[in-house]
Design a protein around this ligand. Structure first.
Ligand code: 0L1
Ligand code: MG
Length: 232
């Protein structure tokens, strides 16, 4: 077990930040595996995988041209319309996404989704290796009602609505041109996707900070909506 995995897990469980920017990390995905392994040892189970940096804007921001991936656990899942407990969070943000349901290694259904990201790195400042080690900032997710996959999944309008006001507007095109590309990447990167897993395809807009008592909703054209309410 690396000291970095232990330090990141301590940051997660105590809601404290670690200074980033200068850690010498050999294999960041090995650190991520150890970090998530600590969660599994506490009784959590893998619920799926997430893709990160799937938009051109985020790739440019990080100076990379490829996506990253992380692991979702059952403890990260928030029921649609449920409560996001802010007490164990550091500086949570929400992003509007779409989620896929896995069956037989393929896409069985699609749904509107919210991802909660909450970097364990101070002020969300990290290197690419650091954010991979930190399980790509994964902190929570909400999945709306599963739907059959429409033909035009690559050009659906997406809105992130906070307390009834539109905070961000985008399109599923921002997710690697077509969210199905993100599913293919998830399969390639994770190696295997198990039946019943959720694949979070990536954000359609920038992430937005979520504060006490706020209601956050994603609306995806023709797919519907999903929401959470932050604790006060
Ligand atoms: O899900 C994401 O695209 C986030 C990846 C990590 C970068 C960040 O924390 O903003
Ligand atoms: Mg995301």
């Amino acid at each position: 077990m690396t000291s970095l995995a232990l330090a990141l897990d301590n940051a997660l469980t105590t809601a404290t930040e670690l200074p980033g920017g200068g850690h010498d990390i050999g294999d960041p995905y090995a650190v991520q595996r150890e970090l998530v392994g600590l969660r599994l040892a506490r009784g959590e189970t893998i619920a799926g995988v997430k893709l990160g940096l799937t938009s051109k804007a985020k790739m440019q921001q990080m100076g990379v041209d490829s996506v990253i991936w992380g692991r979702l656990t059952d403890a990260m899942r928030i029921e649609d319309g449920g409560v996001l407990d802010l007490a164990p969070r550091i500086h949570p943000k929400v992003e509007p996404e779409v989620a896929f349901l896995v069956r037989g290694g393929a896409i069985a259904a699609v749904a509107p989704a919210l991802e909660v990201i909450d970097s364990r790195w101070l002020d969300f400042k990290f290197t690419l290796a650091e954010v991979i080690a930190d399980n790509t900032s994964a902190a929570g997710f909400v999945v709306g009602e599963w739907q059959p996959v429409p033909d035009n999944l690559d050009s659906l309008g997406v809105q992130l609505i906070i307390d009834g006001e539109v905070a961000e507007t985008g399109s599923t095109a921002a997710i690697l041109g077509d969210p199905r590309e993100a599913f293919a990447e998830a399969l390639r990167l994770a190696g295997t996707l198990e039946d019943g897993w959720v694949v979070l395809a990536g954000a359609a807009t920038a992430a937005v900070r979520v504060g006490p008592g706020q209601t956050v909703r994603v609306e995806v054209e023709s797919l519907g909506s999903a929401s959470l309410k932050a604790s006060s």
